[in-house]
Write a protein of this length. Sequence first.
Length: 155
Amino acid sequence: MNNILGAKNLLPNNAVTVVLRGITWTINSDGTITANGTATGGDSTLYYVSSTNDSTEGITIPAGKYTYSCLTTEGSDSTYRSEIYNLTNPSRIGWDYGEGVTFTRSVDTKVLGSINIRSGATVSNITFKPMLRPAAVDNSYVPFAKSNKQLTEDV
């Protein structure tokens, strides 16, 4: 798997700083995301794999066991949470409320990560650290970086 994936954090952050439904989403240089404000007019959801906040963009991961984490403080259904979503067979893989989500895919799967601030919730400069990694890799955050294979293909 390392030969195929080659990087610790597999989930790119292609988002741009934007205001969505009262929340200012700031994309930091290290790939973390800071949210500030009160969600108004519905939930404020950032799909950070996409530069256009498109919920249909994602990345394909090979079959295997993975851990997804994003929250650095405890979230809830009424405040904020982060989701890992299966785009290949549309369904939620799991919510991260601060503990991360470990899951197994038996086939290659296109996935998407998002952060959701619930309508009416206020956040004050909370920083999220989105990371998808093979489950055997430790959980300390590192920014996404292309694998050697991807870099070679780019050349």
